[in-house]
Design a protein around this ligand. Structure first.
Ligand code: GTP
Ligand code: MG
Length: 420
């Protein structure tokens, strides 16, 4: 497939599923159609990995030595197969070569030859879990791992060798073992010795390898489908989660607003009730009698009445303000703020500072248009409060995530069409 298209699609998918990165590194390998199968040797240093590859290929292409030899990934193409000689698993303390071995093992290889020398006896605590991991991977990916036990010529006593093989067999039950000797194989080929060739174990290994190689095209198709199906279900789960989160937040948005409005109405009802006695007057409304110059410093009935009205108004404002605080409406939104802090409140913005006459109180709290104005204005500031803004931002963010999920789904459908 067009690798540019592949990279774009992969990027769309990994944006929402970054944890799928190793899977997509593998898929990138699989996307190269008709690429030769890759066989990787893996195992501890000095266990005979390079030498075994040379025997399988029939040429001394990989360096062999009695010490840590292969420190970088070496590669050789031979008869439609790419052979990768990985550094020994424990070759590099700094991790760079381990990283290469890991890449070769998990990203590149179609077939793994897990090499263990019988001179070391049973599988050790690093080898055993790795081979189990490889077998688990085989269940999903159909990539085969052959457990090759090298240097069998180094164990002179056949009973001792049989014991070692039996122990390893117990460590990894149901796993075919391929005991081999590269030296015997070399001698057998050089001297055309059939008995020694049989005793080298290389015939069985070659046959098993051929079968595995023949299976590679089918395994690759299976693996591509497997990665895509797995990603589809992860993406589906992610989408559902985001959808669910979004619905929850939207629901919260509605219920919070409803609760705010209902409680505000209760507060306004209470204020109306509280104000009723103030409206029941007989005779003149003293509050309307203006102050005269002579009365400037005297307590008049008019002043008393206006003070009563102002107190009732303040009480109403206090009731509303505690409602606002309960719902997180604590200050004016920043663009509306002045530098007079005491006036920077939603209450002042909506209500003004004072009311002295009964009619004004009635208009504000008891007329339909007055109540509607209060409901509208306070709801407006409620929506601008910090928590409500945050909620809105979360909803916007989730909508963006869902759009990215959708984009990833489309990219994945595209990859499925192209690759499977
Ligand atoms: N007797 C005997 N020696 C072997 C056999 N296979 C490998 N050797 C020797 O074991 C040593 C290590 O072999 P290599 O193939 O270099 O081992 P390696 O696993 O590639 O080692 P690194 O590259 O360092 O990880 C060399 O001296 C080989 O000649 C075998 O089947 N029999
Ligand atoms: Mg080597």
């Amino acid at each position: 497939m067009d690798m540019h298209v592949f990279e774009q699609a992969t990027q769309d998918i990994l944006t929402v599923l970054p944890q799928s990165s190793p899977n997509f590194a593998r898929l990138r390998e699989l996307a190269h159609t008709n690429a030769s199968p890759i066989v990787t040797v893996i195992g501890k240093y000095n266990h005979g990995k390079s030498r075994l590859l040379n025997e399988l290929i029939g040429e001394d292409v990989f360096a062999v030595a009695d010490r840590r030899e292969t420190i970088a990934l070496a590669e050789h193409q031979h008869q439609q197969v790419r052979w990768l000689d990985a550094p020994g698993l424990d070759a590099d303390v700094f991790g760079q070569d381990d990283h290469l071995a890991h890449e070769a093992l998990w990203t590149q290889s179609d077939i793994r030859l897990f090499i263990h020398s019988v001179r070391e006896g049973e599988l050790d605590s690093a080898e055993h879990p790795l081979i189990q991991q490889l077998h688990q991977d085989q269940q999903c990916s159909q990539r085969q791992t052959l457990l090759v036990l090298t240097q069998i010529d180094q164990i002179a006593d056949p009973n001792v060798l049989a014991d070692i093989l039996a122990t390893i067999s117990q460590q990894v039950p149901n796993t075919p073992l391929f005991p081999v000797s590269a030296t015997r194989h070399r001698q057998a080929i050089a001297g055309n010795k059939q008995v020694l060739l049989k005793k080298s174990g290389m015939i069985e290994l070659s046959e098993a390898l051929t079968t595995a190689l023949n299976h590679v095209p089918q395994a690759r198709l299976h693996e591509k489908k497997h990665i895509i199906t797995e990603t589809q279900s992860q993406l589906q789960q992610l989408k559902q989660q985001h959808q669910q989160d979004l619905e929850q937040l939207q629901q919260l948005q509605i219920t919070q607003r409803q609760a705010f409005e209902q409680d505000l109405n209760k507060v306004l009802d209470k204020i109306q009730d509280d104000l009723q006695p103030l409206f029941q007057i007989s005779g003149t409304d003293e509050a309307l009698v203006p102050d005269s110059f002579e009365n400037m410093f005297k307590m008049t009935a008019g002043k008393q009445e206006r003070a009563r009205i102002q107190v009732a108004y303040s009480r109403a404002c206090i009731d509303i303000n505690s409602h606002l605080i309960r719902y997180g409406v604590v200050g004016l939104p920043s663009p509306q703020q002045t530098n007079v802090r005491s006036l920077d409140t939603v209450m002042v913005a909506v209500m003004g500072v004072s009311v002295k006459f009964r009619d004004d109180l009635k208009k504000i709290f008891c007329s339909t248009s007055g109540r509607e104005r209060l409901q509208r204005e306070f709801a407006h500031y409620f929506e601008l409060s910090v928590d409500r803004e945050a909620l809105k931002q979360n909803i916007t963010a989730l909508n963006k995530l869902l759009a990215l999920d959708e984009k990833a789904s489309i990219a994945l459908q595209h990859l499925e069409l192209e690759l499977c």
